[in-house]
Design a protein around this ligand. Structure first.
Ligand SMILES: NC(=O)C1=CN([C@@H]2O[C@H](COP(=O)(O)OP(=O)(O)OC[C@H]3O[C@@H](n4cnc5c(N)ncnc54)[C@H](OP(=O)(O)O)[C@@H]3O)[C@@H](O)[C@H]2O)[C@H](O)CC1
Ligand SMILES: [K+]
Length: 537
């Protein structure tokens, strides 16, 4: 897993590295060299480097120096003369570079900048990095617009200029990078809010050779889950399994209004590997589900006048639930008094539980002020996985704003920290989904925008349930198993987008692609371990 840091922790990391003997000046040299190396890969003849007032600009000045010494023609744009740059380290390298074979342009007009852009094969954006805050000021607001209008190949240093590295928020404008070369460790803002739209391909220059020895000394905002991290869940089934040893799932879901959600969740659980799946649904919609899923038994449950779970549903569902390796509750069940009772009843049982969709809304309604304020929700030992999207998550924590990855992690941590249990995981679903446990925040591979379609969440909940049933006995870290399920869902999105076209994917397409998605994930894991096609050991 690869750590992602907050900007405060990056500063702490730099201080630690300095104490270990590598100064910030040396880091800037290494950063600039790394940028130059990444630019060189693009085989440019003319490079334009835009620098700002701070150390981000310093990295750009070093890169200019390195590239020009390699015989590449370099133009550097600066807002002020090198001697007037306020940041000491940046001023030093700017003076040095200015004395070399580069062409300097101090405070160019928009037309002059456009002419420079036209000449360049690659533009390096070293205008603003982690020190950016507030609204973009001139001249950078003009530079950024001019660069984006010209749409050249852009390599951004550390962070695309205009992006708030703490939150991923873009207020005015931001460089649209083809590649972002981030330093020491990726910043959380690159994954949050507007970040993914502007970052392009992300490359990290660790710079410090003994990073492994110091990275554990700073707090990680999150960790990226790579294919090799989930390889344990991508193994073949053992030859001696039977349907019970593969685990069983009870899907408590559906209503006359939304029978499809129950169908999709149950089928996905079966496709994800559970040996036995059963649906408990309000009686009036049970037959529709039976017809759609001939291989899956459906138990009709007492219902209310609207065809949702009714007053007697709780005991019927809880009696059934005890017999399963895992229970998934929520898809399509609507928010009803009976549904609230069912969700609360399941929480009290000693069975691994996934609460999704309306089960979460029922829970939010039952716990005024947010479930982080309601400790009785957590008097359970068995694993509990909650899978809210941003709106559901906001409801669960009493209405706090949840609008991007950073605020979603904050809200999810409120819930898991209130409970303080290793067995509680909140999956904060969004463009970048975070798997939040009491000690870890994991970022599994994100899927394509095609996954933003109705019913996609039901498929994810099903994959999660099937995976939990299959692997429950072998789990050390629940966050990792959950990350596996999220990654498989992402792979179904890629596979479906390829087959049906990015805009045309519907949730039911994803279900039959769960198996191929596991193959894709497996191949990628083996490839990264050097074990595919005789690539290694
Ligand atoms: N510190 C290290 O060891 C290393 C850092 N690296 C690189 O350095 C940057 C961070 O550098 P820093 O100097 O802290 O900040 P920036 O260069 O990003 O920006 C600061 C200057 O930008 C001005 N600023 C801030 N906000 C705005 C705005 N909205 N509009 C215009 N200008 C803005 C700011 O002005 P103030 O008035 O706020 O002071 C500063 O002049 C990091 O990103 C890395 O690239 C090395 O990579 C490794 C070593
Ligand atoms: K930048």
């Amino acid at each position: 897993m690869k750590p992602v840091l907050s900007t405060d922790e990056v500063v702490r990391l730099e201080d630690i590295i300095e104490k270990e003997g590598t100064s910030k000046a040396e880091l800037m040299e290494l950063a600039g060299e790394f940028v130059a190396q990444e630019v060189e890969r693009l085989k440019p003849r003319h490079v334009l480097i835009l620098t700002g007032f701070g150390n981000n600009g310093g990295d750009g000045w070093v890169a200019a120096d390195v590239l020009s010494q390699k015989g590449i023609s370099v133009d550097v744009v600066t807002p002020v003369e090198p001697d007037e740059i306020p940041a000491v380290l940046a001023r030093h390298v700017a003076r040095r570079t200015a004395a070399r074979d580069v062409s300097l342009y101090v405070g160019p007009s928009r037309d002059e900048l456009s002419a420079l852009l036209e000449k360049a094969d690659v533009v390096v954006d070293a205008i603003l990095g982690t020190g950016f805050h507030g609204s973009l000021r001139s001249p950078f607001s003009i530079w950024i617009r001019t660069v984006n209008d010209a749409s050249p190949v852009v390599v951004s240093v550390d962070v695309p200029s205009g992006l708030d590295a703490r939150t991923g928020h873009v207020e005015d404008d931001c460089i649209r990078a083809d590649r972002t070369v981030t330093m020491l460790a990726p910043k959380i803002g690159l994954y949050s809010g507007d970040g993914p739209e502007y970052v392009g391909e992300l490359v990290c220059g660790e710079l410090y050779e003994k990073m492994d020895e110091v990275i554990g000394d700073v707090e990680h905002a999150a960790e990226i889950v790579e294919p090799a991290d989930i390889v344990d869940y991508l193994q073949h089934l053992p030859a001696n399994v039977d349907k019970y040893s593969r685990g069983s799932v009870l899907v408590v879901a559906g209503s006359t209004q939304y029978p499809g959600a129950a169908i999709m969740a149950a089928k996905s659980a079966a496709r994800a590997g559970a040996g036995y799946v059963c649906v408990a649904a309000p009686e009036p919609c049970a037959n529709i589900i039976r017809l759609a899923l001939p291989s899956i038994p459906v138990v009709g449950i007492p219902y209310d006048s609207r065809g949702s779970f009714g007053a007697a549903a709780r005991s019927a569902v809880c009696d059934l639930a005890k017999k399963y390796s895992c229970v998934l509750c929520g898809p399509g069940m609507t928010v009803s008094a009976g549904g609230m009772d069912v969700a609360l009843g399941l929480l009290e049982l000693d069975v691994p539980l996934i609460l999704d969709a309306d089960a979460l809304n029922c829970l939010a309604k039952a716990s005024i002020g947010g479930i982080d304020q309601t400790p009785e929700m957590y008097r359970r030992e068995a694993p509990l996985i909650m899978t809210p999207h941003y709106r559901e998550l906001s409801r669960l924590v009493g209405g706090d704003e949840v609008s991007d990855l950073v605020s979603a992690i904050d809200a999810a941590q409120k819930i898991v920290w209130a409970a303080g249990s290793d067995n509680l995981v909140v999956v904060a679903k969004g463009p970048t989904t975070a798997v939040v446990g009491v000690e870890k925040v994991l970022l599994p591979m994100s899927g394509p925008a095609s996954l933003a379609t109705a019913g996609s969440g039901d498929v994810l909940a099903g994959i999660l349930a099937g995976s939990m049933a299959l692997w429950a006995d072998q789990v050390d870290i629940w966050e990792l198993l959950v990350s596996y399920a999220v990654a498989i869902h992402s792979y179904t999105g890629f596979a479906a987008a390829e087959e049906y076209g990015e805009k045309s994917v519907i949730a039911t397409d994803l279900i039959d692609l769960i198996g191929p998605a596991m193959h894709l994930a497996g191949d990628e894991a083996l490839r990264s371990l050097g074990l595919l096609d005789g690539e290694g050991a």
